[in-house]
Each structure stands twice: as C-alpha cells, then as structure tokens.
Design a protein. Structure first.
Length: 129
C-alpha cells in the first residue's frame, strides 16, 4: 500500500513540475521573441524616424515662405526655430534664426544657430550668432 501512494505523489510532483516548466519555457520564448523583434510590426524591421526627421517632414508641408534654423546636432541634442507665412523668404529666415536663438538660450546649447532650410531648399551656411 505504501508503494502506490508514493507513486501517486511522484507522479503528481512530476506533472506539476512539467506544467510549471512548460509555462516558464513558453514565457521565456515569448519574451525572447518580443525582444528580438522589438516593437516592429509583424517582425518587419522599420527604421524609426528621428525627432528632427519628423520636424523636417512637418516643415516641408508648410507654405512656401518658410525657413528653419538649427543649433546643435539634429541627430542628438538640438533646438530649432521655424518661421512660416512671412512676407518673404528673407523675413522667414530672420524670424527662424530669432526663434532658434531664443530656444538655444533656454536650453543652454552652446552651438550657434544656423540656417538649415529656406523655402524648399536645404542650405548649409553655418552662420554664427
């Protein structure tokens, strides 16, 4: 009579251990799969837009008399100033630089503001303050 009771306990322990191990393995595989795929939809690799790329996309959709000035690294820490709806592109550029300088002082960025885009064109004038 002792042997059947003992076998029953062993079987129950084995069964419980099997299901606990199965649950742990399934969870580990699911987490590993999620980590490998990241937050990509359906496992497809999609390059995330940088903050500046998103800002540039919004800028490109603005009306023509526009300008954008940048201080710092657009792929890191930066500030920008955007002007739109000005009477001329020159006025938009001056206004964008002024906005950039205000934000630059607020964020304590040492790099000078420079024009990045005027109208539809990307420019690289590297203007100092």
């Amino acid at each position: 009579m002792l042997v059947p009771v003992r076998m029953s306990r062993i079987r129950r322990a084995a069964r419980d251990g099997f299901f606990a191990g199965l649950a742990a393995s399934t969870l580990a595989l699911a987490l590993a799969g999620c980590g490998a795929l990241g937050s990509q939809p359906m496992g497809l690799r999609v390059r995330a837009k940088t903050r500046f790329e998103s800002e540039w996309h919004r800028y490109a959709a603005l009306p023509e008399a526009k300008a954008i000035a940048v201080a710092g690294d657009p792929h890191g820490t930066y500030v920008s100033g955007i002007a739109e709806g000005e009477p001329s592109v020159a006025a938009a550029a001056a206004h964008a630089l002024a906005r950039c300088r205000e934000r630059r002082a607020d964020r304590r960025i040492e790099a000078p503001c420079r024009m990045y885009g005027v109208g539809r064109e990307i420019v690289d004038t590297r203007q100092d303050d």
